[in-house]
Design a protein around this ligand. Structure first.
Ligand SMILES: Cc1cc2nc3c(=O)[nH]c(=O)nc-3n(C[C@H](O)[C@H](O)[C@H](O)COP(=O)(O)OP(=O)(O)OC[C@H]3O[C@@H](n4cnc5c(N)ncnc54)[C@H](O)[C@@H]3O)c2cc1C
Length: 387
């Protein structure tokens, strides 16, 4: 059959490329192709995020996020070293600004220890000041293994190892054929594959439904935008300063983070950002909105008024002034799965259709975890690891 391959991976983000590479490594003689709709890899979430290699503190013990983040971070450091991708083991603090936040900090510490986070330590206000001289709080967690990385650079290095990466190749229709799955591209040609993996981020639900999967969960976009500290104020932050987040939401709160480019960013916002007509009509959206309207209002203020975003960071970096920042730094759209029941899907999630596996939810720490997610996907497809 013309255009026939053993494995087709749809999506040239970090998860798709890590998956294509893993399949190629496990089956060196198999034909593996990665298909990406844009004219370069890593254009969506992969190239537009906080750039933090998470250590695995936040996630419920036993969850996929907990396990794959801890494993994925270690592998990602090795990968970056081997491929010369910009990264730094910069460390991070999570700051409790008052006594009311201590219980939530305790819970983070418990989770981090249960998840096996390397070197996690509770510190007091003085130690916090030694690590981050401009941060203030009553206590903090210090995670020395957390780091920063250029995830776009990782995606490009992964693509280099995959070999057959086809750009401007948008999969539009999916049809089971006798001994293959047909992936029809918008430009007219088709690929026939024995097995497919869909790692399509914002489009994950659409493609899964086209392949015959359930509509639930739907991908609901949340926009994240950052402000940039002016160059002369970058010394307010040495590495990464995070707040204690709301434990019931899958977002980590407004943080101040140093990037591998040298920029120091404040953000991101987490604003519901409907893209398709059905996003608001999805039953889960209304249920979520009725439960989280207060949080939604705060996010609208953060997005509309930069002073409120700065005020959120000023809680733990009191010297921050409104005129320390400039706009136009970076923005990215999170692909977050939302159930029909209005619950944001917290863990990584997968589903199956004929000859295909779909990554249905791979939000943060999805980039950190990508190499470990790829192993789970390959195992799931029955492609054994080589000894
Ligand atoms: C604001 C923000 C901050 C974040 N911070 C962090 C962080 O600090 N650390 C961390 O680990 N994670 C972070 N994340 C999460 C991380 O970016 C994602 O988990 C990760 O990038 C997911 O990778 P992906 O490959 O699944 O998705 P994407 O990078 O979105 O890739 C999906 C790809 O599929 C392609 N595609 C879609 N449909 C088709 C089609 N029909 N045909 C062909 N190609 C298609 C798209 O063009 C896209 O390139 C953050 C995300 C955001 C948005």
């Amino acid at each position: 059959m013309p255009g026939a391959v053993d494995f087709a991976v749809v999506g040239g983000g970090i998860v798709g490329l890590a998956t294509a590479r893993e399949l190629q490594r496990r089956r060196p003689t198999a034909s593996v192709v990665a298909l990406e709709r844009e004219d370069a890899v890593g254009r969506h979430q992969t190239g537009r995020n906080s750039g933090v290699l998470h250590a695995g503190i936040y996630y419920p013990p036993g969850s996929l996020k907990a396990r794959l983040c801890v494993q994925g971070m270690r592998e990602m450091y090795e990968f970056c070293e081997r491929h010369d991708v910009a990264h730094e083991r910069s460390g991070k603090v999570i700051v409790a600004v008052d006594a009311a936040e201590l219980r939530a900090l305790d819970e983070l510490e418990r989770r981090g220890r249960a998840n096996g986070v390397d070197g996690l330590r509770r510190i007091d206000a003085d130690e916090l000041r030694e690590l981050e001289p401009h941060a203030r709080g009553v206590a903090a967690l210090h995670s020395p293994s957390t780091g920063i990385v250029d995830f776009g650079g990782v995606a490009r290095a992964l693509a280099g190892e995959v070999g057959d990466v086809r750009l401007q190749a948008t999969v539009d229709a999916i049809a089971p054929r006798q001994r293959a799955l047909e992936l029809r591209l918008t430009r007219g040609d088709a690929i026939h594959t024995k097995q497919a993996v869909f790692c399509a981020g914002l489009w994950a639900d659409e493609l899964a439904v086209k392949a015959g999967a359930d509509r639930d969960p739907r991908i609901v976009p949340f926009r994240g935008a950052w402000l940039r500290l002016k160059a002369e104020r970058r010394d307010l932050v040495r590495s990464l300063i995070y707040p204690v987040p709301d434990p019931s939401l899958p977002f980590l709160g407004v943080h101040v983070s140093r990037h591998t480019s040298g920029d120091v960013l404040i953000g991101p916002t987490a604003l519901l950002w409907p893209r398709r007509p059905g996003d608001l009509a999805w039953p889960g959206t209304l249920r979520m909105a009725s439960r989280w309207w207060r949080t939604g209002m705060t996010e609208i203020r953060h997005a509309a008024l930069r002073s409120t975003l700065i005020a959120a960071a000023r809680r733990y970096v009191p010297e921050l002034r409104d005129d320390d920042v400039e706009r136009g730094a970076l923005s990215g759209i999170r692909a977050q799965a939302l159930g029909r029941d209005g619950r944001l899907v917290d863990d990584f999630a997968f589903s199956r259709t004929e000859r295909a596996l779909h990554v249905r939810n791979a939000p943060s720490p999805g980039a950190t975890s990508a190499l470990a997610i790829a192993r789970v996907v390959a195992d799931e497809l029955g492609v054994a690891a080589r000894l």
